[in-house]
Design a protein around this ligand. Structure first.
Ligand SMILES: Nc1ncnc2c1ncn2[C@@H]1O[C@H](COP(=O)(O)OP(=O)(O)O)[C@@H](O)[C@H]1O
Ligand SMILES: [Mg+2]
Length: 327
C-alpha cells in the first residue's frame, strides 16, 4: 500500500520527494517488543507549537481546539504504528468547518495545514482557498479544466472550499456545480493523493448540501462546528487584537467597546470576530484623527491609547438600528 509520507521518519522537511522506498522503511522498523517514546517523534514539537499558537491566538473555541488535538493525536499514533510496521489505511482527513462568518474557520484551516504538514500527512503547509467561481465554468467544457487547475494549485496541501453549498444548485439540474462535485469525489478518494479538502460555510446550508450529496459527506471524516462568539468572548477577542497591534484601551474605552459590541451584535451583517477587527480599525482611524487635531506633540502613551471617544464615534450609537452594517 502506498502511504505518502508514512515510511520515512522525517519525510517531508523541505522536500516534495514523497515517501522513501519501502526497503528503507523496513530497516527502520521497531521490534515487536520495543517501546516507543512518543515525545521523540520529531513532528511532535512542531505540532505542539502549532497547538499552542492556536490556544494563544484564538479566544474560546474549546470544542474546535479539542478536535484539532484529537486529530493530531490520531496522526501521531498512526506514525507510531507505522514504526512497528502495523498496516492500516491512511486516516481520512477531509473535513467540514461549519459556522457563521468571522468564527475562525479560515484561521483554523491555516493552523490545521501547518499541523498536517508537521505530521507528514501533506507535503506543504498551504491552504488554497476557492469559492464556486474558481471551480465552475460559464460554458460547457470549462468546468473540468477550472476545477483541475484549482486542484493542481492545492495539490499536496489543503483545498479550502468556502461557502461550498454554492456548488450545488438543486433548482438547476444542468448546473456545472455537479461536475465539480463529481471531480472532487474522485480526487478525495484517491489514496495516492495527499490533498485534504475542507468544506466551509454556514451550518444550516452545509447540512442541506451534505444531505443532498451523501457521497461527499461520507468522505468527510471530521465535521467541526464553529459556534458564534458570546459577548464576553468578543470582548476578549478585542483585547487580544488591540494588544497584538500595540494599542490599549483605557478603562472608559473598555467599557465603551463592550457597549459597542452589545449593539453591534444585534445589527445586520454582524460577523463575529471579523466585525471586532473592523470596528477596531475604525477606532484607530478616529484615534488618528483625534491626535492629529490636538495640534500638540504626542507621547507614546497618546499613540497607543484608544479612548472612549474613539469608540463612541461609531454610528451604532447614533443611527437607527435598521440602517444596515454600522461604521
Ligand atoms: N477566537 C478568536 N480569537 C481571536 N481572533 C479571532 C478568533 N476567531 C477569529 N478571529 C479573527 O477574526 C478574523 C476573522 O476570522 P476568520 O478565520 O477569517 O473567520 P471565518 O473564516 O470563519 O469567516 C481574523 O482576523 C481572525 O484572526
Ligand atoms: Mg473565512
Amino acid at each position: 500500500m502506498h502511504r505518502p509520507g508514512a515510511t520515512n521518519p522525517d519525510p517531508l522537511r523541505g522536500t516534495a520527494a514523497g515517501p522513501a522506498p519501502d526497503d528503507q522503511a523496513a530497516d527502520h522498523l521497531l521490534a515487536d517488543d520495543a517501546l516507543l517514546d512518543l515525545s521523540t517523534d520529531i513532528a511532535g514539537k512542531d505540532v505542539e507549537d502549532t497547538l499552542n499558537r492556536l490556544d494563544a491566538e484564538l479566544v474560546g473555541l474549546a470544542n474546535v481546539k479539542r478536535r484539532v488535538r484529537e486529530i493530531a493525536a490520531l496522526l501521531l499514533i498512526d506514525r507510531a504504528r507505522q514504526r512497528f510496521g502495523l498496516q492500516a489505511t491512511r486516516p481520512t482527513m477531509h473535513m467540514s468547518f461549519t459556522g457563521g462568518p468571522g468564527t475562525g474557520k479560515t484561521t483554523v484551516a491555516l493552523r490545521m495545514a501547518e499541523m498536517l504538514h508537521a505530521l507528514g500527512y501533506i507535503r506543504k503547509p498551504k491552504v488554497h482557498t476557492v469559492t464556486r467561481d474558481d471551480l465552475v465554468g460559464q460554458f460547457i467544457g470549462h468546468t473540468a479544466p477550472k476545477t483541475k487547475e484549482a486542484l493542481a494549485k492545492a495539490a499536496g496541501g489543503v483545498l479550502f472550499i468556502d461557502e461550498a453549498y454554492y456548488l450545488f444548485r438543486p433548482e438547476n439540474e444542468r448546473d456545472y456545480g455537479q461536475e465539480v462535485i463529481e471531480i472532487l469525489l474522485q480526487e478525495m478518494e484517491n489514496e495516492r493523493n495527499t490533498l485534504v479538502v475542507i468544506f466551509a460555510g454556514y451550518p444550516d446550508r452545509m447540512e442541506t448540501f451534505f444531505s443532498a450529496n451523501p457521497g461527499l459527506s461520507s468522505r468527510v471524516a471530521h465535521h467541526i462546528e464553529f459556534p458564534d462568539y458570546t459577548h464576553a468572548e468578543l470582548c476578549a477577542i478585542a483585547d487580544l487584537m488591540v494588544a497584538q497591534e500595540n494599542f490599549r484601551f483605557d478603562e472608559p474605552a473598555t467599557q465603551a467597546f463592550a457597549h459597542y459590541l452589545e449593539r453591534r451584535m444585534t445589527r445586520p451583517r454582524f460577523a463575529n470576530a471579523r466585525s471586532v477587527r473592523n470596528a477596531l480599525d475604525r477606532c484607530r482611524l478616529r484615534q488618528a484623527k483625534r491626535l492629529v487635531e490636538l495640534h500638540r506633540p504626542v507621547s507614546r502613551t497618546d499613540l497607543i491609547t484608544l479612548t472612549d471617544s474613539d469608540v463612541y464615534g461609531s454610528s451604532v450609537f447614533t443611527d437607527a438600528p435598521s440602517e444596515g452594517a454600522p461604521l
